[in-house]
Design a protein around this ligand. Structure first.
Ligand code: B8X
Length: 329
């Protein structure tokens, strides 16, 4: 298990063998968006317009992974839309104890998450920027906001395999993820699945959140030669004895997928395929249950601001990392 804190660089040793490729996870530099004492992600005017802060914890309070009682949780249910997408099972896959859950999640995302929600009155278009569209469906359960978010966008010059590689591999997390304080690799399940613990930066006035999740990358072969293969990463909450919930963080629950299909336009004449001929069609779906009450206005303002910001930053990062590199299909 690796505990990543600011300023240190560590190598990952796992309970099983050392990972096939060593992971040196760089420390997260302090991010100017999160100067201590400011209200972080939400503008003052948004905050002033909502209920008085309901959580008066000291803003300097950090949450640590401490031994505490385990509680059984299950992943936040994925959004249920019907689809006729072909979903062949994977040809061969490293087997681990969560394999069945991963296969079920992959099937669900391939069946439901790729459906276009643009014409669905239940989904509100939050933002349209170029070809990026971010939709949200309003869901409130027992007074707690649990809005599914769905985004579609195309990224020029990169493949679905490359997008999933940089999204899944924790080695790169601090390069593009600006909303986390801490990242632990709890267990390496196989060469395409980890269990990770992330402590997210506090979103004042809400209590600090952490998430414990299975992160698995998969390639789903298309069953029709006219349909591209799909690469996807599923991040879904699990329990693990080594990272029980603590009193100092509210444990949010996630069911998130980055689903990618590579589109290739034929190169001129006999030219080899270059990055000018490829683009990645992304469908990003996020179900985040905050784990406890957060003012609806804060939750919704946060999602409206943070998901587009994350998608812009992350996709630009992949373009930058792959520029000039051989194409990974
Ligand atoms: C989002 C929110 C909160 C997350 C977790 C979150 C966690 C994205 C995971 O796509 S990811 O799997 C990338 C790995 O980090 C992932 C977002 C707070 C709940 C009260 C906790 C909500 C605040 C929203 C948000 N925050 C950051 C980025 C996007 C959206």
């Amino acid at each position: 298990m690796v505990n990543i804190v600011n300023g240190s660089e560590t190598e990952l040793e796992t309970d099983k063998n050392t990972l096939s490729n060593e992971l040196k996870i760089k420390a997260h530099l302090v991010n100017p968006d999160f100067e201590e004492g400011t209200n972080g992600l939400i503008d003052e005017d948004v905050f002033d317009a909502v209920e008085p802060p309901f959580d008066r914890r000291d803003q300097t309070e950090q949450c640590q992974t401490e031994q505490a009682g385990m509680e059984r949780t299950s992943p936040v249910p994925s959004d249920s839309l019907t689809s006729t997408t072909c979903t062949p099972m994977r040809a061969s896959a490293p087997v681990h104890r969560f394999n069945a859950e991963v296969e079920e999640m992959v099937q669900n995302h391939m069946t439901y998450s790729l459906q276009d929600v643009g014409g669905d009155a239940n989904w509100n278009l939050l933002l349209e920027e170029g070809d990026m569209k971010v939709y949200r469906r309003k869901v409130e359960e027992n007074g707690i906001i649990n809005d599914p978010v769905r985004a579609t966008l195309s990224v020029k010059g990169v493949t679905g395999h490359e997008v999933c590689h940089y999204f899944w591999n924790p080695n790169y997390r601090f390069d593009w993820e600006t909303t986390i304080d801490n990242l632990d690799v709890i267990e390496a399940l196989s060469d395409d699945a980890f269990i990770l613990h992330q402590i997210h930066k506090r979103i004042w006035p809400a209590a600090q959140r952490d998430i414990l999740f299975l992160s698995a990358m998969r390639k789903v072969l298309a069953c029709d030669e006219n349909v591209p293969d799909t690469w996807l990463v599923c991040n879904s909450s699990v329990d693990h004895d080594k990272a029980p919930p603590t009193a100092k963080c509210v444990r949010a629950k996630i069911n998130i997928a980055m689903i990618c299909q590579t589109l290739v336009s034929p190169p001129e004449g006999d030219d080899a395929i270059s990055r000018e001929n490829v683009q990645c069609k992304i469908t990003y779906v996020a179900n985040v249950h905050p784990g406890g009450w957060v003012p609806a206005t804060i939750c919704r303002a946060l999602a409206k601001r943070e998901y587009p910001k994350f998608l812009r930053r992350f996709t630009a990062y992949v373009q930058e990392k792959t520029a000039g590199e051989p194409i990974l299909f």
